[in-house]
Design a protein around this ligand. Structure first.
Ligand code: 4NP
Length: 145
């Protein structure tokens, strides 16, 4: 199973989602491959935001080696499922879909709820970690059963 996590900048939320989902998959021996990308290109080539790195490290997840990249159309071919953080990510990604097969791979990580962008609020990183962790666990339950 190949999973792609997508947000706007690929430095705050989707790196956490990649790290958490890869960690859970490894822990449970699922053999999933997880990656992340952003719809914006401002931070390409950079490591995740230090606040995301810290929040992840506090929970035993190392995301410090990740490198920011932009979402590309070929990701629809490479991945089985593409999870986005909010409605704006959803429309950005769906706008790049070529057909129904592409579009059907895309959904919000939390279903009908959003993962808020923590970029402008240092205090949001810890709650965002928990939201994403809960979302990842629910997805594993759904896809594995
Ligand atoms: P992310 O947060 O989408 O969770 O990575 C953001 C990080 C940076 C920017 C926007 C959102 N930015 O505009 O640089």
């Amino acid at each position: 199973m190949k999973i792609l996590m997508v947000c706007l900048g690929n430095i705050c939320r989707s790196p956490l989602a990649e790290g958490i989902m890869q960690h859970l998959s490894d822990e449970q021996g699922l053999g999933w491959e997880v990656d992340s990308a952003g719809t914006g290109n401002w931070h390409v080539g950079e490591a995740p935001d230090r606040r995301s790195i810290r929040a992840a490290r506090n929970h035993g997840v190392d995301i410090s080696k990740q490198v920011c990249r932009v979402f590309r159309r070929s990701d629809f071919d490479e991945f089985d499922h593409i999870f986005v953080m909010d409605k704006s990510n959803l429309s950005n990604v769906l706008n790049m879909a070529r057909n129904d097969t592409d579009a059907q791979k895309v959904s919000m990580l939390l279903g009908d709820k959003i993962v808020p962008d923590p970029y402008y609020d240092d205090n949001q990183f810890e709650p965002v970690f928990t939201l994403i962790e809960d979302g990842c666990k629910a997805i594993i339950k759904r896809l594995v059963e």
